[in-house]
Design a protein around this ligand. Structure first.
Ligand SMILES: [Zn+2]
Length: 766
């Protein structure tokens, strides 16, 4: 359809806009309001602002050919079918879809004088939807560069940085300080969107240093030094450059939001776009904690899963961001309806089960749906069938999906500084893999957990029985103190790898800052496992005490084997004295009160098989140390970084040992037990007088290799949930199978059975 609507007068527009506001206010949020009132957080009377009540979104990323083929009437029907309450349209940036007054603001080829963006915004407002205008400020066409060469990022040779044939703008230039604000004002003045997002707002990533005049002058003013010529993490000036870049992105965030409020009122927001991984945020100098502290909503751009991180990454991302943003705010996430990821086919439909599971795991972590297509016309029409049933279910059950507080006794601690200053150029190996090993082990063991920012330990500690520090090497003094305080008050602690070995700048220190808690000290002052090999070594851990004598009897010439009991952290390993390891360890000095539960067996050949025997069967190099005194909570230190190795190698022994440590260090204080085969991602929440248990079935043929094209049903599952005070009753309603489950209460635990789960189930308990 090519019905170009006549351009409207400003007066007509304002009338429409007023109608739109009325329509937004009149949306029936009864169900949602019931949830908020129950939580006692609802402001009495009057609708919540759009950023608190818009629970389902849609986006058609407009391509340059679309002004000739955009069937707005059809899309309005699709908005209605999919129950969305907000929509995102391209306005400007790389390509403008309205007749901008700025001559260098490149218009879509074929746009002419048409205001496609404005027509869409008006239609959406008429339909009662919130509208976000989409920008991409990252780069522009050549004529713009020729007109303002001093607004562009330059490499060390003075040449402009280019990307996809376009010229990359510099965040320190008037392009960001003056030009973009004037475009924001123009868009707000023309169409009154509720807010503006920006796909790629943060400028050059950290692998590229800008040497333009603006950057050189501003950095020298701030640091008193020239911009570093090359990456060097050991150079304090380079690290200062990193921090200076972070600060600049926050200045831009604040500047653009001031412009929005001044032009569009207090609820008119600039929202950029943020990713679902900390390394992704670090790469673009986006300080997640600081951004969440200043935003009312996070628009999340994490469209699909990777094989390595799985669907469970989406639930985890939701929980991590809510931990920064608050659980009363919303995190809509762009979810690709096309084949995104590896490989990417923008115009081919993503297999429905693959898209579905990504969306559902997001719901489980407190994320809201936002379907995403590229292009206004699609020949693979299957992609239009994916969102509708899922978003209908979301609309029917939305009161249980927002305004809830997570229930978890396990906190997994992270910081962006650890990714930057310890991870440096290898954050995947040093930071992400240990993290992922833990999240995979916890999901596999069905233990609910929450990500905790290292600066929030004191704030959040009350709910946790145990904190886990996954190779959290770079720690500030105050973070170290918060951990010590938590353990002194009886909290359990599990730390792995090089945790607390560095200061917050990533510089190795003579000893672990948490050495007293670990009961273990660094011996060699310059030893550091930064050089640890990424490839697997043929090494093992020896479990102590050895139990071989119990089975086979002692043999002459062997070290004496104790006939004792193993520590509960080694539960399930009685029939082995060794575990496959795969990493490298260095000697440590162990305090007399601490107990070593595993020691290192150095590498020996695997080939030829005749040579595969241990050259050094025993060392006193510790791999696992537990430190248990009446003076503080239980502490386990795992220099053998089984978390990293579990993520890398997927050996069940590693996952089981990690789960054992959680049960031991938390004194078995885990509020959920689920029995039955399958890989299930478990999220437990509390609303006022009931619990909400969200289970996502990750058991399928594509679990570790996208895409999934078939759901595999699991069940029955036996569920036991600890009832917190205030949650009463034995009623369990199942929101997906639309049934009730019979439940029995015993000693404060509720027990019920789930007959079957195909994709997910939500149990409302109490
Ligand atoms: Zn620059």
């Amino acid at each position: 359809m090519n019905s170009h609507q006549p351009r409207e007068t400003r007066r007509a527009f304002l009338q429409k806009s007023a109608l739109a506001t009325a329509a937004l206010a009149s949306i029936d949020f009864t169900a949602l309001a019931a949830g908020t009132v129950e939580n006692g957080s609802a402001s009495t009377g009057g609708a919540q602002p759009w950023f608190r009540r818009t629970l389902r979104w849609g986006q058609t990323n407009i391509t340059e050919i679309d002004p000739q083929r955009y069937d707005i009437a059809w899309w309005r029907q699709h908005w209605k079918r999919t129950r969305i309450q907000g929509v995102i349209f391209n306005a400007g940036g790389i390509v403008a879809y309205y007749p901008s007054k700025f001559p260098l603001h490149y218009r879509a080829s074929g746009l002419g004088d048409r205001d496609l963006y404005g027509e869409l915004a008006s239609a959406a407002h008429e339909d009662g939807l919130a509208v976000l205008a989409r920008m991409d400020s990252n780069r522009v066409h050549e004529d713009f560069y020729r007109a303002h060469p001093d607004w562009f990022a330059l490499n060390a040779g003075g040449q402009p940085y280019r990307n996809t044939g376009l010229y990359v703008t510099c965040v320190n230039s008037p392009y960001y300080d003056e030009y973009i604000p004037s475009v924001l004002r123009e868009i707000i003045g023309r169409s009154h969107p509720e807010g503006i997002t920006d796909n790629s707002w943060a400028g050059l990533d950290r692998d590229s240093i800008c040497f333009c005049e603006n950057c050189q002058r501003k950095f020298r003013e701030q640091a008193g030094q020239p911009i570093p010529r090359a990456k060097n993490w050991d150079d304090p000036v380079y690290r200062r450059w990193i921090q200076w870049n972070y600060s600049r992105r926050l200045e831009i965030w604040d500047l653009f939001n001031r412009v929005m409020r001044d032009s569009g009122g207090p609820h008119c927001l600039w929202l950029g776009m943020n990713s679902g991984t900390i390394s992704g945020q670090a790469q673009r100098f986006r300080d997640y904690k600081a951004i969440c502290e200043r935003s009312e909503i996070v628009m999340l751009d994490e469209q699909t899963r990777s094989d390595a991180t799985g669907f469970q990454h989406n639930g985890e991302a939701g929980k991590l961001i809510h931990g920064l943003l608050g659980w009363d705010k919303l995190i809509p996430e762009s979810m690709a309806m096309y084949q995104a990821g590896r490989p990417t086919f923008r115009l081919a439909s993503k297999p429905e089960p693959e898209a579905r599971l990504w969306m559902l795991d997001g719901f489980a972590g407190g994320i809201q749906p936002w379907w995403h297509h590229v292009g206004a016309e699609q020949e693979d029409r299957r992609m239009f069938q994916t969102a509708e049933p899922i978003l209908r279910w979301h609309a029917e059950n939305q009161q249980y999906l927002v305004n809830r507080r997570p229930v978890a006794t396990v906190g997994l601690v992270w910081s962006q500084e650890n990714t930057d200053f310890f991870g440096r150029d290898n954050p995947d190996e040093l930071v992400e893999l240990p993290w992922r090993g833990w999240t995979n082990a916890l999901v596999r063991a069905r233990i609910p957990y929450l990500p905790v920012h290292a600066d929030h330990i004191a704030r959040d500690a009350g709910q946790f029985s145990v904190l886990i520090l996954p190779n959290l090497a770079a720690m500030s003094a105050s973070q170290v103190e918060a951990i010590k305080h938590f353990v002194e008050r009886g909290g359990g602690l599990i730390a792995t790898g090089e945790t607390s070995r560095c200061n917050e700048s990533g510089e190795p220190q003579p000893d672990f800052a948490l050495a007293d808690l670990f009961g273990a000290h660094v011996i060699s002052a310059d030893s550091t496992n930064r050089r640890r090999a990424a490839e697997a070594q043929h090494t093992y851990l020896r479990l102590t005490p050895e139990l071989r004598a119990r089975v086979y009897g002692p043999k002459a010439g062997d070290e004496p084997a104790a006939n004792g009991e193993r520590h509960p952290a080694l539960k399930g390993f009685d029939e082995t004295d060794i575990l496959a390891f795969g990493g490298v360890l260095e000697p440590l000095r162990i305090e007399s009160g601490a107990t070593v539960l595993a020691t290192f067996i150095p590498a020996f050949p695997t080939m030829p098989p005749e040579s595969a025997w241990m050259r050094q069967p025993r060392t006193d190099i510790p791999g696992l140390i537990v430190n248990e005194t009446s003076a503080h909570g239980r502490v386990a230190f795992l220099p053998a970084d089984l978390d990293r190795l579990y993520a890398r190698d997927n050996l069940p022994d590693h996952g089981n040992l990690l789960a054992n440590l959680v049960n031991w260090a938390s004194r078995e204080n885990v509020p959920l037990q689920i029995e039955g085969a399958g890989l299930v991602d478990c999220h437990l929440y509390r609303q006022q007088n009931h619990l909400v248990l969200h289970l996502v079935n990750l058991t399928n043929a594509g679990t570790w290799r996208a895409p999934v094209d078939e759901l595999i049903q699991i069940g029955p599952l036996s569920v036991r949930v600890q009832l917190p005070s205030g949650v009463r009753g034995r009623q369990v309603r199942l929101l997906v199978s639309r049934a009730t489950a019979k439940a029995a209460e015993k000693n404060g635990w509720l027990h019920f059975k789930l007959p079957a789960i195909a994709d997910h189930e939500v149990a409302v308990i109490g």
